[in-house]
Design a protein around this ligand. Structure first.
Ligand code: GDP
Ligand code: MN
Length: 383
């Protein structure tokens, strides 16, 4: 479960991390009132559960309450990466002298939390990791010993902070780690942690992801769950009973069973392609559900080919084949299709597809199916 910036920052603040004064507004009039109360310039910040809001125009500086009202009205009407903005955070504006990155994630290989810091704050850490990995300093936290002060000192020195900031930086780092632990987080991040023109540290952004399996221990958080966390596509998938995760590849995958879906993605990669999605259509695979799945896959404009990989067990291949045809009635396929159907009633299933008149490329094995799908996506399959 992802928490909004304002939620994350309030939790961090409860553990001693300094944050700007501010309040959340759902209307432009509210935004104006909050700006009046704060006095002076404010930042109007869209609260959506995606990164890069700044670049998308979802974070704006307002010099007056009137301007805050106008900007809030504009931002509340925006959609950022498919998510509608329903709340804005009005924070007292900070004078930024320096932007730092500070975050904690679980390092699965080390089986421990790792704290990362970088002097290149304000940009996405993945970007820094790609372009300038040496700029990221890391310490691994022993859960029994906790975060030690020599570790935060090493980070502070490593990113070139001034000596007088060593102590306050240590306090922020400890606070962040305590919040991370207390809420069973898988990620806690401040980006940027700023140094203001008076030399004080301030967390102007915050992000926290809490392990869903631990939510039963945090009733207070469960109430914070935001229904807008899902993109419209993910919501449609969930309501149709599909497990769907959109990725950025070019081969749409329609598979029954989560394990088979994972294996399908792996083998597509193995043959040099890349999957456009993870999709488990589940058992039974009724026509309606297959149609919804196909619509979701084809709505992704990156998709250059679709691979149907169906294993018939209790689910019968002929039934799935009928589902696929019924789906075609509703959603006209616009890209090459490769189908592999094996298991219960596979013969009947293949006959149904072959007799349909649709141009489906048949494959007998998973390897063959993946190779054909990769070729089709490259426009190299002369079908
Ligand atoms: P993100 O784009 O979703 O990561 O949102 P952030 O909250 O990190 O804001 C993006 C950028 O806006 C920051 O890196 C800052 O450069 C700038 N920003 C955020 N808050 C303030 C502020 O109070 N004052 C000023 N001058 N800039 C700010
Ligand atoms: Mn940020």
């Amino acid at each position: 479960m992802k928490l909004h910036e304002y939620q994350s920052k309030r939790l961090f603040a409860a553990y001693g991390v300094p944050i700007p004064d501010g309040e959340v507004a759902t209307t432009a009039a509210d935004a104006r009132r909050i700006a009046e109360e704060l006095g002076g310039p404010v930042v109007v910040k869209s609260q959506v559960l995606v990164g890069g809001r700044g670049k998308a125009g979802g974070i704006r500086l307002a010099q007056s309450p009137e301007e805050a009202e106008q900007l809030a009205a504009a931002i509340l009407g925006m959609e950022i990466k498919g998510l509608p903005v329903r709340k804005v955070l009005i924070d007292r504006a900070a004078h930024i002298a320096q932007e730092i990155y500070l975050g904690i994630v679980i390092d699965r290989a080390a089986h421990r939390p790792v704290m990362m810091a970088s002097a290149e704050g304000g940009v996405e850490i993945e970007e820094v990791a790609r372009t300038n990995p040496d700029a990221i300093k890391k310490v691994t936290i022993d859960p029994y010993l906790g975060l030690r002060s020599y570790q935060t000192l090493a980070l502070a020195k490593g990113i070139g902070l001034k000596r007088e900031l060593f102590r306050p930086f240590g306090k922020v780092a400890q606070g962040l780690y305590e919040a991370f632990l207390a809420y069973d987080a898988s990620l806690a991040e401040i980006n940027p942690l700023i140094v203001d023109d008076e030399g004080n540290l301030l967390a102007v952004d915050g992000k926290m992801v809490v392990d869903d399996n631990a939510l039963f221990r945090h009733r207070d958080l469960a109430a914070m769950r935001d229904v807008d966390e899902e993109t419209p596509t993910e919501r449609e998938a969930r309501e149709a009973g599909l497990s769907y995760v959109q990725l950025d590849g070019e081969i749409g995958c329609m598979v029954n069973g989560a394990g088979l879906a994972m294996a399908t993605m792996d083998i597509i990669k193995h043959f040099g392609g890349s999957p456009a999605n993870f999709l488990d259509i589940g058992g039974g695979a009724k026509a309606e559900r297959v149609a919804t799945a196909l619509r979701l896959i084809l709505a992704d404009e990156n998709v250059k080919a679709v691979l149907f990989n169906i294993f018939g067990g209790i689910t019968r291949c002929d039934e799935v084949a009928k589902g696929i045809l019924a789906a075609f009635e509703e959603v006209q396929p616009t890209v090459p299709l490769v189908a592999r159907l094996v298991g219960t009633n596979e013969e009947e299933g293949r006959e149904i597809l072959a007799a349909s008149g649709y141009d489906l490329v048949a494959a007998a094995s998973l390897a063959e199916a993946a190779q054909k799908a990769v070729a089709a996506a490259r426009g190299e399959l002369g079908a």
